[in-house]
Design a binder for this molecule. Structure first.
Ligand SMILES: *Cc1c(COP(=O)(O)O)cnc(C)c1O
Length: 444
């Protein structure tokens, strides 16, 4: 066992899990010098995460938006365990397996009707990479290469180089700026910005634009920025009029998050390519999917080997991940889960009305099961809480609620199995936070 020598006591004391972690692990999106020790979690059940000492946290952000049915779901666990004893993995070039085929067969009918083929990869970033490569190579194969991509400002499409390139430029991408391919941006068409977005898109469009990529209706990591289907329909029609391929990155918005199975179902226009991940496996394991239309697929069919899509990962279509996805779909499509999605959406709407009245709260917005707002501070508190994100994060953890504010944006994005009582706990914790931040006596 790893120990540390305690000089005073004269005996060796075992290191805590968090200390052992610190000795050997580098965490994502974490400044390791200043970050507090991580919180060890030894068990999960439903919406709850348990520490060794039995303290619980309500996972109000679905563990980075992936966990849609709660932790350690017995149905997913059972199916994956069976699959693990049957076939854990098989090479996916030249071979196939039942779970991959069944998942594609069940997934495609749930998507916009023009989606025709499924390409498997490992996560959200790779699902975006594959969509971009399909788009660029589609034009290449057609003998009409196009080099430009248009994206939305503040977009987030992942952390690998291609997906970073089409994400908004920010401190997160700054060190890599010279290595990112050129992308043109249009304003995110939030209310008031619709015409500016249309005008900019119109100015940028020409026959060199390969693709237009966006997170439909909700930009996640950019701060839960929300915009309306009508303007997105207009932007898609405009981009398509110049031949640009339309890529809907539904990595976060997919699988019921926005109140419909996919955010694209709020639209009349259909994307040519879609990227899916996060909720796909119910948050059990990593898997990415890129889907495309028959027309794009056909653009790669040829006697010429060089028109092949040369892309693949060692774990492409891993049977365990495909099985977890199939089990997750069973749960997602059940009446119970669909009712729960409506219940959460309705309860969020009621809480949103209360929030509007609160000092220190701006820009309350909701799309389905996602509720978000901006924390603002009046002058007196500003310096004390100059790091409002960290203050809010810690305060909510102390209340037993895991939320991870994006800067000053606080949001709830819960597993669909969250109970009314747990939702009340989350809402109450937010009320207490607001009171703490404003120092006022107001209560929710
Ligand atoms: C999280 C996210 C990604 C990246 O997915 P990873 O699995 O973290 O690589 C891409 N696009 C969107 C919209 C996301 O929210």
């Amino acid at each position: 066992m790893t120990t540390t020598h305690d000089e005073k006591a004269g005996f060796s004391k075992p290191l805590s899990l968090a200390e052992r972690d610190k000795a050997v692990i580098w965490h994502p999106f974490t400044q390791m010098q200043t970050a507090p020790l991580p919180i060890p979690i030894v068990r999960g059940e439903g919406t709850l995460l348990f520490t060794e000492e039995g303290k619980t946290y309500i996972d109000a952000v679905s563990s980075w938006w992936v966990n849609i049915h709660g932790h350690s779901h017995p149905h997913i666990a059972e199916k994956v365990a069976q699959q693990l004893r049957t076939l854990e993995h098989v090479i996916f070039a030249g071979f196939t397996h039942p779970a991959a085929v069944e998942l594609a067969e069940r997934l495609l009918p749930l998507l916009p009707t023009n989606q025709n083929k499924v390409f498997y990869s490992d996560n959200g970033s790779t699902a975006v990479e594959v969509a971009l490569k399909m788009a660029f190579q589609y034009w290449h194969n057609a003998g009409k290469p196009r080099r430009k991509v248009i994206a939305l400002e503040d977009a987030y499409h992942g952390d690998t180089f291609g997906s970073m390139a089409v994400s908004g430029r920010s401190p997160f991408t700054a060190p890599f700026l010279p290595f990112l391919f050129d992308v043109e941006y249009i304003p995110t068409p939030v209310p008031g910005q619709e015409q500016a977005a249309l005008d900019r898109l119109n100015a940028l469009l020409d026959d060199d634009v390969a693709a237009f990529i966006f997170e439909p209706l909700v930009q996640g990591a950019g701060g839960m920025v929300m915009y309306q289907p009508d303007i997105l329909n207009e932007l898609i029609r405009l981009a398509r009029s110049q031949g640009a391929l339309i890529i809907a990155d539904e990595v976060m918005t997919g699988f019921g998050r926005t109140g419909k199975l996919f955010a694209s179902h709020h639209l009349t226009e259909k994307p040519d390519l879609m990227s899916l991940s996060k909720g796909l496996t119910g948050g059990t394991m990593a898997l990415g999917v890129t889907t495309c239309t028959g027309e794009i697929y056909d653009g790669f069919l040829s006697d010429d080997k060089f028109k092949t899509l040369f892309h693949g990962h060692s774990f492409t279509a891993n049977p365990l991940a495909c099985t977890a996805s199939l089990a997750s779909l069973d749960i997602l499509l059940s009446d119970e889960t669909q009712a729960s999605i409506r219940r959460i959406s309705q309860r969020h709407a009621v809480f949103a009305e209360q929030l509007q009245q609160k000092p220190g709260v701006k820009n309350v917005r909701q799309q389905g099961t996602i509720l978000a707002f901006d924390l603002t501070l009046d002058g007196s508190n500003r310096s004390y809480f100059n790091n409002i994100r960290d203050v809010a994060y810690q305060f909510l953890l102390n209340e037993g609620v895991l939320m991870r504010p994006l800067g000053n944006v606080l949001y709830i994005l819960p597993p669909y199995c969250i109970t009314d009582e747990q939702l009340d706990t989350v809402y109450t914790a937010i009320g207490k936070l607001l009171k703490h931040l404003s120092g006022s006596e107001s209560t929710l």
